[in-house]
Design a protein around this ligand. Structure first.
Ligand code: GTP
Ligand code: MG
Length: 195
């Protein structure tokens, strides 16, 4: 299949619980990762619109499931970040419930992009997330964010390391920089394969 192009992108809705989730005929591609890793910024890069998804230097900005309709072809779904406990324990468990509801019983979910900061070792939460997705037979790719902060050789080392630590095929680990607008083509290519 051809690279996905982001021609006509519209924000559709924010959902906070299961009965607000979208389950129509369109396929879905979800974006997950720890709070502040760059999920919303990646959406803005891919869609070429810096105002599409709200970004913030304050972790935990995105607390809802946000749906973006791309070309009436699929939904890009921005999920709340994990690892943000500032608001108290209750929020962490409600995150678990919302995510469980989203990931289970969602036949239209074709691919999950798991974002990892290119400068950091994957955390135990990242590992849990990836194991959870695999256990639920969901296909995932890894997206390394903020590569503008490190050198080319550090990027390559990180791809190697992350591939080994998470036992992930290196072809499915994509280095990106939202601020330098890098990596979008490789993602568009992978989305075309999995849609
Ligand atoms: P939550 O919604 O809180 O979970 O965060 P998020 O994962 O959506 O992160 P967001 O896109 O809001 O970005 C968090 C911070 O990282 C912001 O200050 C962004 O400007 C910054 N950031 C995101 N992507 C990049 C990047 O590629 N390079 C650099 N240098 N900064 C980035
Ligand atoms: Mg966000």
């Amino acid at each position: 299949m051809e690279n996905v192009r982001f021609i006509n992108v519209k924000f559709v809705k924010s959902a906070s619980k299961k009965d607000e989730f979208i389950s129509d005929e369109l396929p879905q591609i979800a974006i997950v990762g720890r709070s502040n890793v760059g999920k919303s910024s990646l959406i803005n890069m891919l869609t070429g619109n810096s105002k599409m998804a709200k970004t913030s230097s304050t972790p935990g900005r995105t607390r809802l499931v946000n749906y973006f309709n791309v070309n009436n072809q699929f939904y890009l779904v921005d999920l709340p970040g994990y690892g943000f406990h500032k608001a108290g324990k209750g929020v962490a468990s409600s995150w678990d419930n919302v995510m469980n509801d989203y990931f289970s019983d969602n036949p239209n979910l074709k691919l999950v992009m798991v974002l990892l900061d290119s400068r950091l070792e994957p955390t135990s939460l990242d590992k849990q997330m990836i194991e959870y997705l695999a256990a639920n037979e969901l296909t995932s790719i890894l997206v390394l964010t903020k590569t503008d902060k490190i050198s080319r050789s550090e990027i390559n080392n990180q791809i190697n390391k992350v591939g080994k630590v998470l036992r992930f095929n290196q072809n499915l680990i994509v280095p990106t920089s939202a601020s330098k607008k890098q990596g979008g083509e490789q993602i568009a290519n992978l989305l075309g394969i999995y849609l």
